[in-house]
Design a binder for this molecule. Structure first.
Ligand code: NAX
Length: 329
């Protein structure tokens, strides 16, 4: 079997980090061949073509073909998996409404091109920001495709949260589980430790021994650290998160295709779960079963968690309203 994978913004930083790991088999395993379709805007074509030359030089046994294009119909032709990475960044003096409108102008047509050209079982993962609302716009424009096929990446936030907990507890990161992200991939996101476990035991007791006042630590240290990690990376590295974002995108898609052992996080369409308005693409605790994301239901939420989730979801509602008021949804 050969899987056709479309990557938009493939000439950019995250695209460059994704291509070589996927070609090496990190996404689908050592036996699944891949075919790339790299979709760029005209200014990004040369960088994507350069990456395609380097892919040749990688002599990857799994890589069957690379097509570089700025035509969405060609870019999404036959796509089984689509990673929508290319987006319009916020420029100097750009208001939030301008940013949403610029991205609606990208993700609307891409959603339509996916519906018209991709494989009928296509799975779409939006990385480009504002990821949740971009995914919502793409889904709304993809006539005939279920909204469940459109997701937004919040796995990087979850990976950051698990890593921070592991560092604080002095434990290997793989022992820390069930740390879902709720809401928007933005500073309002809620990394939730209330159901988290370390080595199979609830995390709260272990944390108390180390940080003392757990609620204060969550409010003042942990949540801001996770939610503002992207800014911290920019400050220290002088450039935004790239390899960790590509790594999280690979985690997300691999789990979607191959299934999960435990919960993880993904921005998926709400059917009203946990009071999140229907149709929004919000991050939830999810499992992947038989190639479909399922929201983990029935979790008890504290007042603190409820307040945090409501605040992030309110931001998603505002973003949807802003795009609607521009007539772009
Ligand atoms: P770069 O600016 O390096 O690359 C973006 C690429 O997209 C450029 O080559 C550009 O030509 C291309 N592009 C722009 N519009 C396009 C269109 N309409 N069709 C096809 N290609 C298009 O950015 P990079 O560092 O790769 O980041 C990409 C996106 O990921 C940004 O929106 C960024 O904010 C977002 N991120 C999302 C994360 C998440 O967890 N969801 C984390 C990392 C990252 O911040």
């Amino acid at each position: 079997m050969t899987t056709t994978i479309t990557i938009t913004g493939a000439g950019g930083q995250i695209g460059y980090a994704l291509l070589f790991r996927i070609a090496a088999g990190d996404l689908l395993g050592p036996d699944e061949k891949v075919r790339f379709r790299l979709l760029e805007i005209p200014q990004g074509l040369a960088a994507a073509e350069g990456a395609a030359l380097e892919l040749q030089d990688g002599a990857f046994g799994l890589l069957q073909h690379v097509e570089v294009t700025d035509d969405p119909a060609v870019g999404f032709d036959g796509a089984d998996l689509a990673l929508l990475v290319g987006a319009r960044p916020r420029g100097p003096g750009m208001e939030r409404a301008d940013l949403l409108a610029a991205n609606a102008g990208i993700f609307g047509p891409q959603g339509a091109a996916i519906a018209a050209n991709a494989a009928s079982g296509v799975r779409v993962t939006v990385v480009g920001n504002p990821a949740n609302t971009n995914a919502l716009i793409a889904a709304a424009s993809a006539e005939g495709l279920p909204a469940e096929r459109f997701t937004a990446l919040t796995r990087l936030d979850e990976n950051r949260a698990r890593a921070q907990l592991a560092l604080t507890l002095g434990t290997p990161v793989e022992t820390v589980r069930r740390v879902p992200i709720w809401g928007n991939h933005s500073a309002t996101q809620f990394p939730d430790i209330s159901h988290a476990t370390v080595g199979g035991e609830p995390v709260a007791a272990a944390l108390e021994q180390i940080v003392g006042d757990v609620p204060a630590w969550l409010d003042q240290t942990f949540i801001p650290r996770v939610a503002k990690r992207g800014a911290e990376i920019i400050e220290v590295r002088g450039s935004s998160s790239v390899a960790s974002a590509a790594n999280a995108a690979i985690d997300h898609v691999r789990d979607w295709v191959h299934g999960t052992e435990d919960w993880t996080s993904a921005g998926v369409v709400s059917h009203g779960e946990y009071g999140v308005p229907e149709g929004l693409i919000s991050s939830f605790p999810v499992r992947s079963v038989d190639g479909e994301w399922q929201i983990v239901e029935g979790l008890e939420l504290s007042d603190f968690a409820r307040g945090r989730i409501d605040a992030s979801v309110a931001e998603l509602v505002e973003e949807r309203e802003a795009v609607r008021s521009l007539g772009m949804l």
